[in-house]
Structures are given as structure tokens and as C-alpha cells.
Ligand binder design. Structure first.
Ligand code: HAM
Length: 432
């Protein structure tokens, strides 16, 4: 690099996932995939960029996301495009476009980066990964319970179940919310002196979001505010009560949070969040709800939909904090080769080993070096064993094997004896 030239750094709030972290990501992704498969969910892969209009129409014009957080740009044709801030809109767009919602039900999941220009802090990033789940064509509340049931199962699998709690609310129908909105605005106007700047702005545009404020000065007033649940009609209440009964039957404890309204406009009826106290301010690891109305709003026929998304960085932060996961090393066996004949013998033997033992992680030393420097690399790789080939071993058609983790004499072995030992070890190795 020329003098004076500054190294280029990543964009604020957008992070690299380094090799030492990726095994944790793979472990989380693997567990999530397994749980989803065990409930019969299918993967859908979606574009990262969509037309800006899609997000405006679905998330809502007067939400934080659309008003201030989207990465929006004009492409070379002058079309306004946006890096997806979430996956629900794109998933529904794709299903409508491909006619997947005609008299069918679907259970889908997607995974990938989302983009929001928020103020970065611990647990809040500008590029972050979500695993999202969407279902279509089921009126619930049984599928609402299934959403929660499968997340509950995943938390157990990840060993974080004791550190998360479920919050639940119902937002009723559009008409019920409209009627309630009148009561709520009336109440807020009586307490206008307590409202902060953000809330005053929302009073006309999106008063329900005021309920979600974390401003401690407003909390006593918010606690006394009219409750949406008390303004729901019979059908919405029946839906919510049945869901609660199912959760009770499943033994899944929830907390009724009547001020849970969510930051995206498309929700109606069931909404939920999984929260933890262990991550500071950004404690919601997973959130979602029912959004039947969005389907017509995006040009489809009346139908049913419910889904959620989990924030992968937050889940991993929690896992890391609890320190309960033992990730297997990315290398099982390291092959040390010193001398030209040894390098040649090792090259062939390594392929024989890979042919014979499916799944064994074998790293061969490349780039030469003394026994001492290669042993150092073997140790650093995290491998359980080193296979050692020097000129003597190469001449005899043998290898030496040394355990790198327990005190044991190095042994000389024929190739077939080596294969037998590695195969036995690989079969009985504890799973990560
Ligand atoms: P959301 O509540 O905006 O919902 O995001 C879901 C989850 O993504 C959050 O609970 C959090 O774990 C994670 N998350 C959100 N923003 C950030 C950020 N800036 N940095 C790190 N993690 C973040 C949705 O996105 C809806 N599409 C969920 C949904 C699917 N509803 C129905 N279907």
C-alpha cells in the first residue's frame, strides 16, 4: 500500500463474521433448520433488494423503519430501490407473484441479512441477520400457538430457555384498533404535558406506538392508559383466549403485555416477543405476529398470515454470555510432513483417509517448515491428533500418530492401522 493511504474499514454498524465466530453461527443455523424441518417448514430464498414502494406499503409510511431507517437509492434506471429492512414484505410479495396463495397453505422460512440505518449499539446493527418464518392460509389460533411452540423448542435446544420470556398481546382488527385509537388520543391529550417530543409527533400519525415508549417519565401515565384488549370484539377475544389456552396446555408460560404494539404497521390480532434481561437495552431476540390484512394491501385476495423473525446476533450474544456451548474444533487431525518424499506420501495418504472416513476433518500442513514449527501449527489448529511423516516413515510406508490433547507416547503405524484408529475415534467422537 502506498504511504499515506488509509486502510478502508467496514461501514459503521456492519460487521464481519470472522472464522473463529463462524462455527457458532453454523451451530445456530443448523439447530434452527432442524427445528423448522421438524415442523414441516420449507425454505424460501428472496432478493435482498426490493422496490421501495413494497416496504412503504407494508411496513407503513409513518413507522421509524420507513421514515428514517431504510437504505434507499435510485438505480441506474431511476427506479427507487431499498435494501430490505425485514423479510415479511418480500416473502409475501414473492408468494403473491408466484401464485402460491391460491387455496393453499404454506409454512416458510428465510434467512439472511437485513439493513436498517439505526443508531448502532450493542445488539443493534445496520446490517444484521434474521431468520424469519411466515405461514399463509391458516386462520389460527392453532398455527399462532405453533409459532410460539417451535421457538420455545429452539430456545431449549440452544440452552437459553431459562433466560428468555414470552410477551403476548392481541391488536384486534383494523376496525377495533380505529375505535380504540379515538379513546387513546383523547387520553393522551389530557396528559399532553407529559408527552415527549417523539410522542407528540406520533399523537396524530401513530398514537398506538406511544404505548411502546421506554421514556421513564412517561411510564406512570402509560400504565393508566386505556387498554386495547378491553376494546376488542368477540371474535378477536375468542381467538386470543383459544391461543392462551393452547399455550397453557403446552405448559408455555407467557406474560400479557397490553402495551406491546410492535413497530411495523401490518399486525392485527396476535403479537408476541421473546425478551431477555441479559442483553441490556436490545433484549428482544425474536418477534412477530399475525398480519392477515397485509395480503389484500399488497394486492392479494383476503387470506391469513402469521410469522416472526429472530435476530441472530442477539441470540448468539446470549449464548456467548451463558457460555454453555462447546463448539467442536474445525480440525480433527493435522498432518505433519517433513521432506520431499514425506510430502508426496502424505498427499496421497490424506486423500485415502478422506475417502475412507466421511466427515473427518483433516488438515495437511502446506508450505513446509521444521517438525517443531509444524507441531506448533498442529497444536494451534485445535486438532485431536497429529499424523507425522518424516523421511524414515515415508521410506517404510508408515506414519507416526500422536495425540495432541492427552499425554500419550507417539506410535508408529501402518496406513491400514492408522485408518482403523481414526475411524474408531471418529465414530465415537462426542457430537458438538
Ligand atoms: P422486528 O421486530 O423489526 O420484526 O425484528 C425482528 C427481530 O430482528 C428483533 O426482535 C431483533 O431480534 C432483530 N433485529 C431487529 N432490528 C435489529 C437491529 N438493528 N440489529 C440487530 N437485530 C435486530 C420484523 O422484522 C418482522 N418482519 C417480523 C415478522 C415476521 N413478523 C411477521 N413475520
Amino acid at each position: 500500500m502506498a504511504k499515506n493511504q488509509q486502510a478502508i474499514q467496514a461501514i459503521r454498524g456492519m460487521h464481519d463474521i470472522l472464522p473463529e465466530q463462524s462455527p457458532y453461527w453454523q451451530w445456530l443455523e443448523h439447530n434452527a433448520r432442524q427445528v423448522l424441518a421438524s415442523y414441516g417448514y420449507q425454505e424460501i430464498r428472496l432478493p435482498i433488494v426490493e422496490k421501495t414502494e413494497l416496504f412503504k406499503r407494508s411496513i407503513g409510511e409513518v413507522t421509524d423503519i420507513v421514515e428514517k431507517e431504510m437504505y434507499t437509492f435510485d438505480d441506474r434506471n431511476g427506479d427507487s430501490l431499498t435494501l430490505r429492512p425485514e423479510g415479511t414484505a418480500g416473502c409475501l410479495r414473492a408468494c403473491l407473484e408466484h401464485g402460491l396463495l391460491h387455496n393453499q397453505s404454506h409454512r416458510l422460512w428465510y434467512y439472511g441479512p437485513m439493513f436498517r440505518h439505526e443508531r448502532p449499539q450493542k445488539g443493534r446493527y445496520r446490517q444484521f441477520y434474521q431468520l424469519g418464518v411466515e405461514t399463509y392460509g391458516m386462520a389460527g389460533p392453532d398455527v399462532d400457538a405453533e409459532m410460539i411452540q417451535l421457538t420455545d423448542r429452539l430456545w431449549r435446544k440452544l440452552g437459553i430457555r431459562d433466560n428468555v420470556a414470552l410477551q403476548l398481546n392481541s391488536l384486534g382488527t383494523t376496525e377495533e384498533r380505529a375505535a380504540y385509537r379515538g379513546h387513546l388520543v383523547g387520553y393522551f391529550k389530557q396528559h399532553i404535558d407529559v408527552l415527549d417530543e417523539d410522542s407528540l409527533r406520533r399523537l396524530e400519525t401513530n398514537p398506538l406506538r406511544i404505548l411502546d415508549s421506554k421514556n421513564p417519565d412517561m411510564l406512570p401515565m402509560l400504565r393508566e392508559a386505556p387498554v386495547l384488549l378491553e376494546h376488542l370484539g368477540e371474535e378477536s377475544l375468542r381467538h386470543f383466549d383459544s391461543l392462551k389456552t393452547m399455550l397453557d396446555d403446552l405448559g408455555i408460560v407467557y406474560e400479557l403485555n397490553t402495551r406491546l404494539v410492535r413497530g411495523l404497521d401490518y399486525y392485527g390480532k396476535t403479537v408476541f416477543e421473546w425478551v431477555t434481561d441479559d442483553l441490556g437495552a436490545q433484549g428482544t431476540i425474536c418477534a412477530g405476529g399475525r398480519y392477515d390484512g397485509l395480503i389484500e394491501q399488497l394486492g392479494g385476495k383476503a387470506n391469513h398470515a402469521i410469522g416472526f423473525a429472530m435476530g441472530m446476533e442477539r441470540i448468539l450474544a446470549l449464548v456467548e454470555q451463558l457460555d454453555t456451548v462447546n463448539i467442536a474444533s474445525s480440525v480433527d487431525v493435522y498432518m505433519i510432513r517433513v521432506g520431499t518424499e514425506a510430502e508426496k506420501a502424505g498427499l496421497l495418504l490424506s486423500e485415502q483417509i478422506r475417502n475412507a472416513i466421511d466427515g473427518l476433518k483433516l488438515q495437511v500442513n502446506c508450505g513446509g517448515g521444521s517438525f517443531k514449527s509444524q507441531f506448533k501449527k498442529a497444536d494451534k489448529s485445535g486438532a485431536e491428533f497429529a499424523i507425522i511423516i518424516g523421511e524414515d516413515e515415508a521410506a517404510r510406508g508408515e506414519v507416526a500418530l500422536k495425540s495432541l490433547r492427552i499425554e500419550q507416547e507417539q506410535v508408529s503405524l501402518t496406513h491400514s492401522a492408522l485408518l482403523q484408529i481414526l475411524e474408531d475415534w471418529h465414530q465415537n467422537k462426542p457430537l458438538a
